[in-house]
Design a protein around this ligand. Structure first.
Ligand code: PLP
Length: 381
């Protein structure tokens, strides 16, 4: 079955739910037993509900995985993966330019819990070999990365990590399973902030994990149930509904972002455009190989590298909402230095190139003429 068909059909059998075409929202915390000790498919909503099970099976199909797991947010998903794989004394190697929330979790939660974290520039996969030791248990990747859209080679890094028995996790939020399937490229775990493109309408907070290995699945599922960072049935329903149009939306996001990136490189107020679809992007060849298309996020350096300049442009934009998130049908703009990456220390932001005069644009699926007109008026001198 092809992707767009799986997105609409897999994970839900209407004949088991009164023939309802859409998965019902099982708004219940518990399921009644008729006999003491009876085994039911669902017993208590923290361990599972039919609505959540439909979403978990659907995501597994989209990532070509054996198992899916749903969480109350992308961060709850990342937290569960790290707790399942790492114990005190272990080490994790993480790509240096990860989402600010993942950086905060690694440095402020995992480090005090006794895990050593090493951040590294992994754009050249040969950099990994020198960082691995028997203590390293997890390689944490995010590609394309938030907010500077750098690419890492999942196949090459996974092969090297596996030579040292290191588990590989990839945050696939920016690409979505429509554009990239990291498990097919050798990774062990895929994580999503489904809050973004998967749900797609800026109305849900939800995280997803996909894995093949049964032991990894059991370990993450144990944390899911033991810690209880699970989504409610309404949010599972909204995410399932969003996923039904993921293929259509991603094509339009990519069409629009390609046009926006090509237009922005010609604007006098713009110093640099980050978009994997541009031939000058250092990860362009890898993106062409690893991804189906180049995604819907475009990041820019303004010529005037100040917070004021970024604020002026962001506030002048009319269609683009100034918001923390991305991946919705509507265009959104984010000042990474103070918003998505506010948790990163200033020196690290400087080292990575996260600037004050920088904006991350999540290109929506509005008419491209209106998007370009809005950007033109906001950038006009
Ligand atoms: N991963 C990436 C790449 C993100 O951009 C985000 C949120 O912005 C997250 C994870 C965290 O997801 P959530 O906000 O759903 O907890």
């Amino acid at each position: 079955m092809k992707f767009a068909t799986k997105a609409i059909h897999v994970g839900y059998d209407a004949s088991e739910h009164g023939h309802a075409v859409m998965p019902p929202i099982y708004q219940t915390s518990a399921f009644a037993h008729e006999k003491l000790g009876e085994h039911l498919p669902f017993s208590y909503a923290r361990t599972g509900t039919p609505t959540r099970a439909a979403l978990e099976a659907n995501l597994a199909a989209l990532e070509n995985a054996a198992h899916g797991l749903a969480f109350g947010s992308g961060m709850a998903a990342i937290d569960a993966v790290m707790r399942a794989v790492l114990k005190p004394g272990d080490e994790v190697v993480a790509q240096q330019d990860v989402y600010g929330g993942a950086y905060r979790l690694l440095t402020k939660v995992m480090t005090p819990a006794g895990v050593t974290v090493r951040f590294a520039d992994l754009r050249d996969p040969s950099a990994l070999a020198g960082l691995l030791s028997p203590k390293v248990k997890l390689l944490w990747l995010e590609t394309p990365s938030n907010p500077l859209l750098s690419l890492v080679d999942v196949a090459a890094l996974s092969a090297e990590a596996h030579r040292h028995q290191v588990t590989v996790a990839v945050d696939n939020t920016f690409a979505t399973p429509y554009l990239q399937n990291p498990l097919d490229q050798g990774a062990d775990i895929v994580v999503h902030s489904a809050t973004k493109y998967l749900a797609g309408h800026s109305d849900v907070l939800l995280g997803l994990v996909a894995v093949n290995d049964p032991a990894l699945y059991q370990a993450i599922r144990f944390i899911q149930s033991a810690s209880g960072g699970v989504p409610g049935p309404q949010d599972c329903f909204l995410t399932l509904r969003g996923i039904k149009t993921l293929a259509l939306r991603m094509e339009r996001h990519c069409d629009n972002a390609e046009r926006v990136a090509a237009w922005l490189v010609k604007q006098p107020g713009i110093e640099k455009v980050f978009y994997p679809g541009l031939p000058e992007h250092p990860g362009h060849a890898l993106a062409a190989r690893q991804m189906k298309r180049f995604g819907g996020i475009v990041t820019v350096y303004l010529k005037e590298n100040t917070r004021d300049a970024a604020g002026r442009v962001a506030e002048r934009l009319q269609l683009f909402a100034l918001a923390e998130s991305l991946g919705g049908v509507e265009s959104l703009v984010n000042h990474s230095a103070t918003m998505s990456h506010g948790a990163m220390p200033a020196e690290l932001k400087q080292q990575l190139g996260v600037r004050e005069g920088q904006l991350r644009l999540s290109i929506g699926i509005e008419d491209i003429d209106d998007i370009l007109a809005d950007l033109a008026q906001a950038l006009a001198e």
